[in-house]
Design a protein around this ligand. Sequence first.
Ligand SMILES: Nc1ncnc2c1ncn2[C@@H]1O[C@H](COP(=O)(O)OP(=O)(O)OP(=O)(O)O)[C@@H](O)[C@H]1O
Ligand SMILES: [Mg+2]
Length: 177
Amino acid sequence: MTVAPHTGQIVESGDATAAATARHFTWRSEEDTEAFARQLAAQPLLANAFLTLHGDLGAGKTTLVRHLLRALGVQGRIKSPTYAVVEPHEAPGLSPHATTVWHFDFYRFDDPREWEDAGFRDIFANPGLKVAEWPEKAAALTPPADLAIHIEAIDDSERKVTLHAHTHAGRAMLQGL
Ligand SMILES: Nc1ncnc2c1ncn2[C@@H]1O[C@H](COP(=O)(O)OP(=O)(O)OP(=O)(O)O)[C@@H](O)[C@H]1O
Ligand SMILES: [Mg+2]
């Protein structure tokens, strides 16, 4: 297991109601990112989770999502959301609870009316894994993330990663990683 063997301490906040639980990882290469994606894919509560991905341009958000989709059994070319904001993927490995992964990229999202018009509200009201890049751009509309994944590029291949759980499901997933 190469994903940050030296880290992984669980840091509980002192405030039980806020229960901000966090874990830190270091991905030294994209292989570590892939290994992390496989562990995330194995979490039983993932099928209805909402994950937010934070980090600068090129941090590795899409790369993580692609490895996650592969780990969930998505084959062939994986299209990323661009102007469409969301790209659905049928992921057999996500079953039995749901098989759709909704990959959002809110980078170009600037019209809150689109939340209703494009059916995003319905997507969030239904089963399926929702993963969002640039969630800050739709922060007033999205529910709280189960897990917020912050990725920081250290150099060409190393990434510092912090996960924050904001729900019970998120805490369960965090502790399973
Ligand atoms: N350990 C790593 N984890 C993730 N990506 C890595 C890693 N090492 C190198 N990379 C490279 O960093 C780049 C990350 O690009 P990616 O498109 O995933 O970023 P992004 O965070 O989605 O950016 P954007 O905000 O523009 O969507 C890719 O070229 C990827 O191959
Ligand atoms: Mg991206």
